[in-house]
Design a protein around this ligand. Structure first.
Ligand code: SF4
Ligand code: SF4
Length: 549
């Protein structure tokens, strides 16, 4: 919630690591001076007072306000005093003006906030011990910070629906809903699918779906994030783990070429969910539902050990076989060897692959392994390109790569005797696939597939939540991935497999870490010269302070 309106408009996105929260576009750059609790502040004229206070580090409670949604001021939790105004005003609905004098901590303001909290809690079931949101609930947090008094409610609380099935991914607890309307606004304004409504009035008001319309839009899980309490719950995450046991690692979704910045939430080497990080120029505040569930592939049905002719082997045996079968061919007929770089692999992986192929093995046939483009994107976040790193694969390879159509033609023409595939994305027509049986096939893969079943050598590779590295999204932004969990068994990052293979082939392609590869890329590729590896950010244990409501 620390969106800044106090900083100048940032430059247009270019190549550059994008890990930090970006300030919103400042439409009117005219700065005015105001005071909050006697403290002088400068802010753009017309900026949202709540944003300005948060940016200045002034504590203020709120529920219904969200920086990505229209302001409605229904929760009345951010009331402040404005000099010259007889009534308290909601800060979220107050544009900043020159000379404004704001009081946010007077006894009158604090009492108003305390009373609003008491009102909000009147019918709220205090079932925190069994609530998924406990530990990251804005209501819990505000209660401890702004009220912290024993309940005066001496009658039965109002009863509403429990376990209301709203759609394929979401279950609602109507009693917990504090009617902030964030979820209603999100569906109407961002997802463009007005599937939620507040029905009835007064203490009978409930959140529900429009009759006959489930909550099933492709962005529905964002409502779970922005619900300040535990009313909307994700069926996938519900009752799986207490949030204070989770650790958060900053990374980037690999579901498509948008590359939404995300946090990977994990516990004891298991991923439980992906949630968006806020980067204005990429995902604003959101992720799509498809992207959120891509983590599931990480723990399922992996290639965990090297396979030689379909049988499990040690790395030593597998690389020995690679050296004996590919080494001679590379010396005598390098043109007959092809290497496929991965639009799902990191820049570091592809850079090392291209270097090994071009500079050391003298290969000429380098292809791009990519899932075919989809139809149009959804004009919200989803890109028509389902590959997370098509741009990066081409750039880090240092030049154009042949397409999979060209690979299919080369295979059908019998021009290849061996093919080395980095990554899991090779899509070929049936005729070309049939020809794979006649070539020496080496595949660095994360999951078993039709391709690995044809391969003489399968080398187990890490998935994106298991690696450090960089990728370039469709807008040309270099973004940093950070390893959140350990890879299963013997799986290694692609760059490391390639480096070990090179060593076994008698070549001195030495890279000690993905950061070392990144630095080598920066030296060689002018497009990356101005980019940075970014800070090391160890996983952060989610505790109460990390309220996402
Ligand atoms: S379900 Fe949550 S987000 Fe929706 S209105 Fe209720 S409290 Fe607000
Ligand atoms: S839009 Fe693409 S990158 Fe963003 S969450 Fe969805 S799949 Fe992931």
């Amino acid at each position: 919630m620390s969106d800044s309106t106090l900083q100048p408009t940032p430059p247009a996105p270019t190549m550059g690591t994008a890990d930090t929260t970006q300030p919103p576009i400042v439409v009117n750059p005219e700065l005015v001076e105001l005071s909050v609790d006697g403290r002088k502040l400068q802010a753009p004229k017309g900026a949202n007072l709540l944003d300005v206070m948060l940016e200045a580090g002034i504590e203020i409670s709120y529920f219904c306000y969200h920086p990505g949604l229209a302001v409605v001021a229904v929760c009345r939790q951010c009331l402040v005093e404005l000099k010259g105004s007889p009534k308290l005003a909601p800060a979220c609905q107050t544009p900043v003006a020159a000379g404004m004098e704001v009081t946010s901590s007077s006894p009158r303001v604090l009492e108003a906030r305390r009373q609003m909290l008491e009102f909000t809690l009147v019918n709220h079931p205090i079932d925190c011990p069994i609530c998924d949101k406990a530990g990251e609930c804005a209501l819990q947090k505000q209660y401890f910070e702004w009220n912290h008094e024993t309940s005066r409610v001496d009658h039965a609380k109002g009863r509403k629906g429990k376990k209301v099935d709203l759609g394929p991914r979401i279950v609602l607890d109507q009693e917990r809903c504090i009617l902030c309307t964030r979820c209603v606004r999100f569906c109407a304004e961002v997802a463009k699918a007005p599937q939620l409504v507040i029905a009835n009035r007064g203490n009978r008001a409930i959140l529900t779906t429009a009759p006959g319309h489930p909550l099933d839009n492709p962005y529905s899980l964002n409502t779970v994030d922005i619900c300040p309490v535990g009313a909307l719950t994700d069926k996938d995450f519900r009752f799986q783990v207490r949030v204070w046991n989770l650790s958060a690692t900053q990374s980037v979704c690999n579901g498509c070429a948008t590359g939404c910045p995300c946090e990977v939430h994990h516990h004891r080497n298991r991923i439980y969910r992906l949630v968006p990080r806020r980067v204005r120029d990429v995902n604003q505040n959101w992720m799509c539902d498809y992207g959120r569930y891509t983590y599931k592939a990480q723990g399922k049905d992996r290639v965990t050990l090297p396979l030689v002719d379909g049988k499990e082997a040690s790395w030593d045996d597998a690389l020995g076989r690679l050296a004996s079968s590919l080494g001679g061919l590379a010396g005598s007929d390098p043109k007959s060897i092809g290497m496929v770089l991965g639009a799902d692999a990191t820049n570091e992986d592809n850079f090392v692959a291209a270097r090994l192929a071009r500079s050391f093995l003298k290969l000429e046939r380098l292809y791009l392994g990519a899932e075919p483009m989809g139809s149009e994107g959804d004009k919200i976040l989803r890109s028509s390109d389902p590959n997370p790193n098509r741009k990066g694969a081409v750039l880090s390879a240092g030049g154009a790569l042949k397409s999979s159509e060209e690979l299919a033609r080369d295979l059908e023409a019998g021009a290849l005797k061996a093919l080395w595939v980095v990554g899991d994305r090779l899509y070929l027509p049936e005729a070309a696939q049939a020809k794979l049986g006649g070539v020496l096939l080496v595949v660095q893969a994360t999951h078993p597939s039709a391709l690995t079943r044809k391969a003489q050598l399968v080398l187990p590779a890490c998935m994106w939540p298991e690696v450090d590295g960089t990728m370039i999204n469709a807008a040309g932004r270099v973004q940093r991935l950070r390893a959140a969990v350990r890879a299963p068994d013997a799986a290694l990052p692609h760059w490391e497999i390639l480096t070990r293979a090179a060593r076994r082939l008698g070549l001195t392609l030495e890279h000690s870490s993905p950061q070392a590869v990144f630095e080598a890329m920066r030296q060689e590729l002018p497009e990356l010269a101005q980019t940075e590896w970014g800070r090391d950010l160890p996983p952060v244990l989610l505790r109460f302070a990390g309220s996402r409501g």
